[in-house]
Design a protein around this ligand. Sequence first.
Ligand code: 5RP
Length: 298
Amino acid sequence: MDWGIQNRLAGILRPQTGRCVMLAIDHGYFQGPTTGLERPGEVVAPLLPYADALMLTRGVLRACIDPACRTPIVLRVSGGTSVLKDDLSDEDLTVSIEDAIRLNASCVTLSIFVGSAHEKTTLTNLAKLCDEGQRHGIPVLAVTAVGKDMVRDARYLGLACRIAAELGAHVVKTYYCDGFEKIVNGCPVPIVIAGGKKIEERDALKLAYNAVSSGAVGVDMGRNIFQSQWPVEMIRAVRAIVQDKLTDAQAWEQFQQETKGRAAARPTGRRPSDVGCGMADVNRSDTPLPTSHFRHPP
Ligand code: 5RP
C-alpha cells in the first residue's frame, strides 16, 4: 500500500489499537435534516474530542465545521437520490477527487448497493474511486447499503463486503449480524459497523461490543450517538468499548455514572417520526415524506 494511503489510514484507525470510533453525520445527503442533526456544527462540536474520524458531506463540512478541526475527515462522495424516490440505489459519484484533496480528506466514501437495480453502476463507481484514490494516495471506505427487501444476514453482507474489498476498498462499513465472524473472515480489509436506527443506549453498547469482539475494527456510528439524550456520554461509552476494550457492561456502568443526576442534552430520545438512514430504514412506514405525495399530486 502506498505511503500516503497508509499514512491517512493511520490517522483514522488509531495506530496503538488499530481501531476506530468514526462519527457518521452524512445522513442528510439523501434524507435532509435528520432528527438530531438539524444543526450539525452545534451537535458535533462537543463530540469531536471523542471521535477518531468524522464522516460527512462536503456541504456540511464547508458550512458547519471549523477548518481548525484536527479530526480526520471521511468525505462522502456519492449521492444523487433522496427519500422521495422508491429506489435509493441510483447513486453517482458527486465529488471530484480534486475537491476531496482541497478539503484535506483523509478518506473518501461511497455506498454500494449489491443486488439492487443499480448494482453495476455503484460497483463501477467504487472501482473508479479506488483508481482515483490510488492515484492521489487517498483511501476508500465502501458502505454496503442494504435494500428494503434484503435480509441483513451474514451471507448477504459477507458477499457485499468481499466484493467491496475485491474492487479495491481499503475499509468496508457494514451492519452487525449473527455470524459476523464469517463476514470478517471472508473480507481481507478492516470492517467497521454502522449503528443503524436509534435503539436503547444499553443495546447500542452491546452492538458495539459484539462487533469488535467478532473482529470489527470499530464503529462508524451516527444516530445512536447524536439522537441519544446524552450524546457526549454515549460516544464516550462507545469509545471505552472500542479503544479502551471495556465490556459493554463496564461501558454501560460508565454511561450510567456519567449521566446520573445530569440533565439530558437533548429533550427527548427518538420520536416516532424519526427516519432511518440505511435503505431498509428509510422505507419504513413512518418516513415523513412518503413518495406517493409527490408521484400523485392532487
Ligand atoms: C448512510 C451512512 C451512514 O453514515 C450510516 O448509516 C451510519 O450511521 P448510523 O449509525 O446512523 O446508521 O452511511 O448511508
